[in-house]
Design a protein around this ligand. Sequence first.
Ligand code: EZ4
Ligand code: CO
Length: 402
Amino acid sequence: MRITDVEVLVTSPGRNFVTLRVHTDEGLYGLGDATLNGRELAVAAYLRDHVAPCLIGRNPFQVEDIWQFLYRGAYWRRGPVTMTAIGAVDMALWDIKGKALNVPVYELLGGASRTGVLVYGHANGHSAGEAVEAVGRYLDLGYKAVRVQAGVPGLTGTYGVGRGELFYEPAEAGLPAEDVWSTEKYLATVPSLFARVREEYGDEVHLLHDAHHRLTPIQAGRLGRELEPYHLFWLEDVAPAEQQEAFRLIRQHTTTPLAVGEIFSTVHDATLLLREYLIDYLRMTVVHGGGITHLRTAAAYAAVHQVRTGCHGATDLSPVTMAAALHFDLSIPNFGIQEYMRHTAETDEVFPHAYTFSDGYLHPGEAPGLGVDYRDDLAERYPYQRAYLPVSRLEDGTMFNW
Ligand code: EZ4
Ligand code: CO
């Protein structure tokens, strides 16, 4: 089998997505997600102008060799744009192989290690009371794990707090919005939020929280310690993790489990964190972490340090990534949890998919390959719309310390 054509597809059914479609001389095609929130067209150009020409004529079954070729051959290794582009190619090749062999991708990865993939949803509220109520709605839907974020009194926009129910999109059309942030005000609200949630719903539900890289190491240590009575499943991105050494200090101060890595591009971003047992969950994703091929390497390195996975799964990761993540999650030994932010109805229609949600778990389904398709007729209705994540400034106008 040979690769005959490579298409880069851009659509915006509620938000922007970049999708790679790799065609073969046997009529099979594979899909890969190439969406990098707020920098979508950089990856589209990388793929179209620099990667696609190198793929034509290659054997799509050589998944590992093509990965090495794109990673080493570029000379310029790592980085989010490069690793997202490689991730898209890798997903598409696993999809082709699954379809050609008529098996779901998880069978190619060693088979199912579990019956389903534990997921967490996002309960958001402008106030703590609203957030507490939102947790109840997720429990009614069968969720076993819920991330809880609430607005901070005195701050207009709080990143990570959604505007709708079940669906939350942090990027906004136009140029980047600038929000005001106060770490002091934020820190004063989080412990009481979790006290209320535990009081209302008891000890069984898994609770998670995301600090979006905004704390200094010592502030992170304080937050982790103050949350200890509420037994979080994890506390995510407490501090900017490009300073891996900072987690030594955080770890000395708290037993709250820590999750990091949704913005990591390769396992090299996490080697110190893993080697020194500084985190409990690795958040790297299929799309931004170089595809299934590289995520297997990262997950294996995590496994030997007793760290589990917790793949990023926000709305900017398309249904193609969600499917790839589910095949991966189902197969590996050290899976922990999968983030699941539901897409809009328009997105789900553009990307019909075999994965299903039931009683707090997702399953990738039994369709050959990844089990996702792409509806060109619908996608063409939604042209690209410039959109960015918001930028936060402290109350004095500066952007120190994240
Ligand atoms: O900020 O997906 O855990 N989830 C998150 C997300 C990310 C966005 C970035 O593109 O932190 O909301
Ligand atoms: Co996050």
